[in-house]
Design a protein around this ligand. Structure first.
Ligand code: FAD
Length: 287
């Protein structure tokens, strides 16, 4: 099923999960157990990330998205990045998706990688959105940034660029993670002012260890509310307490977002079924 139709056919919030393929050095089967557990939570869909630069990992995106959909019976979304792919590469990947019954794609630019010269066919995600749309019947989603994309000169330009992505075919958006809901609400206001009217899912990452926070914040620049940093400092050296506090913080964020009528919640699971299950159980009656 196309995710855009899911949004059209329901009046409740969509609940989705995100997973990543295993490293090239691990067998693909190493994630199947975790995928099975995540699928038992019955999310509306599961999206599978795409390794921007590595060879081989991208095929695993297709394989895992196919497993989720065709073996576990949960709708899947395959991520696809474009700066390191030519049109011919993208054509081959789309063919692979089609052959595996994958109907939904999150079209991304991808990050620049040191030492890797980007290909020249696509510079921005909006070009990939338009290209995929021109190629057939895929549902296309795009990424969005409540606290503005890290490379963007300002939030106005970022929103105008986002509008272009929607006009090029992105039928719904999934947000970058954030820890301060007020940033997301201000972002929603900016999208409304700009006339962006597609459903927007809020990206929530339960933080369950300290190195994860440092990595995420340096990568995406999410602001950390004082309440959040206090919890992280207090339980810094107690892994189980930190994990439980991270789950509680994410649940509180989600309850507030649902009460404020968000279109959907996209949970960055970090391939951790225990954490995803705790959160799913806590919010399932609120959707
Ligand atoms: P774009 O929408 O192209 O935006 C990139 C920058 O260019 C922004 O600053 C934007 O304002 C600017 N821009 C856009 N259009 C124009 C224009 N016409 N003129 C000038 N400037 C413009 N990365 C992966 O490698 N694999 C993944 O699986 C993956 N999954 C992700 C999932 C989500 C939900 C999110 C939020 C991010 C994900 N990323 C992933 C990271 C993503 O690739 C990076 O954030 C990347 O830097 C930007 O990708 P984008 O698709 O948002 O790019």
């Amino acid at each position: 099923m196309k995710i855009a139709d899911m949004f059209k056919n329901t009046n409740r919030a969509i609940f989705s999960l995100e997973v990543f393929p295993p490293k090239k050095t691990s067998p693909i089967e190493s994630v199947y157990g975790k995928l099975g557990e995540l699928c038992k939570l019955k999310p509306d869909f599961i999206s599978v990330t795409y390794g921007a630069g590595g060879t081989g990992v991208q095929n695993r995106t297709c394989e895992i998205a196919s497993k989720i959909k065709n073996d576990f019976g949960i709708e899947s979304v395959a991520h696809l990045t474009c700066i390191n792919n030519t049109k011919a590469d993208i054509d081959a990947i789309l063919e692979d998706f089609k052959n595996n019954n994958i109907e939904n794609i999150l079209a991304l630019r991808g990050d620049y990688i040191d030492g890797v010269e980007p290909k020249e066919d696509f510079r921005y995600a909006f070009e990939l959105c338009g290209y995929i749309k021109s190629k057939g019947s895929f549902d296309v989603a795009g990424a969005c940034y409540p606290e503005t994309h890290i490379e963007s000169e300002d939030e106005v330009q970022d929103i105008l660029n986002l509008k272009k992505k929607v006009e090029s075919g992105a039928e719904h958006l999934i947000s970058q993670l954030f820890f301060d809901n007020s940033c997301f609400y201000r972002f929603l206001e900016r999208t409304k002012i700009a006339g962006i009217n597609v459903p927007i899912e809020a990206g929530i990452m339960p933080v369950t260890n300290k190195s994860q926070i440092e990595r995420m914040v340096s990568m995406c620049g999410a602001s950390l509310p004082a309440k959040f940093t206090k919890i992280m400092q207090k339980y810094d050296s107690k892994p189980e307490a930190l994990r439980d506090a991270g789950i509680a913080y994410a649940v509180e964020q989600i309850v507030d977002l649902l009460a404020n009528g968000v279109d959907g919640i996209h949970l960055y699971t970090m391939n951790n079924p225990y954490v995803a299950a705790k959160i799913s159980e806590a919010v399932s009656n609120l959707l």
